[in-house]
Design a protein around this ligand. Structure first.
Ligand SMILES: [Cu+2]
Length: 198
């Protein structure tokens, strides 16, 4: 009887040790998950669309868009409104006028913007714009910090386009977002979209 009790106690001890080991490995797994989670969030949280970036005038059929180069530090500031690689899409109905107020918020690098056809591979510098006058001044050299320029064009051809920085290397490094000119929408909109190659 005593012996059976002793065996039972040993068994319980072993069981407790096993449980402790399980707790320990769960703790390690948890810490690892936290570490991986932190690394997955690095370097910055997902950018957010500010609705004030887009103003819609249904009378004049004009979409006015505040386009900010280097709004955040994302991608070494090679971003528009904090988005890179097509992560932001401005959609306008065919035939609307698009007015873009460009501002360079990057304190370091010059930037520019032009509307180009959705193309792969991405150009390494300025190309002919997809619409007349759909480009900022100094397309290749870029506008310096806090310089502004307005571009205005009629989106008279449906399709997928890129809003692209023409400073050599910037667009190809991810400094572009999307413009969709759609025959099936009646109102302009602005939304976060999956980032990726064009
Ligand atoms: Cu740029």
């Amino acid at each position: 009887m005593r012996r059976r009790f002793a065996t039972f106690t040993l068994f319980r001890l072993a069981e407790r040790r096993g449980r402790l080991a399980t707790v320990k490995s769960l703790l390690v797994a948890g810490l690892l998950a936290v570490a991986v989670g932190v690394r997955a969030q690095d370097p910055a949280p997902a950018p957010v669309v500010d609705p004030s970036w887009l103003q819609v005038d249904t009378v004049t059929k004009t979409a006015t868009f505040q386009l900010v180069a280097g709004l955040t530090g994302l991608n070494g500031a090679l971003n528009f409104n904090g988005f890179r690689d097509g992560g932001l899409t401005l959609t306008v109905p065919v035939g609307w006028t698009v007015a873009m107020h460009f501002r360079n918020h990057d304190g370091m690098l010059p930037h520019s913007a032009e509307i180009i056809p959705d193309s792969h591979p991405l150009p390494t510098g300025p190309v002919a714009p997809a619409f007349p006058r759909a480009f900022t001044l100094r397309l290749e050299q870029g506008l310096v910090s806090e310089q502004t320029d307005d571009l205005r064009f009629i989106a008279d051809k449906g399709g997928s386009y890129l809003i692209f920085c023409g400073v050599p290397g910037h667009g190809a490094a991810g400094m572009w977002v999307r413009l969709e000119v759609s025959g099936s929408v009646h109102r302009p909109s602005l939304a976060a979209t999956p980032a990726g190659k064009p």
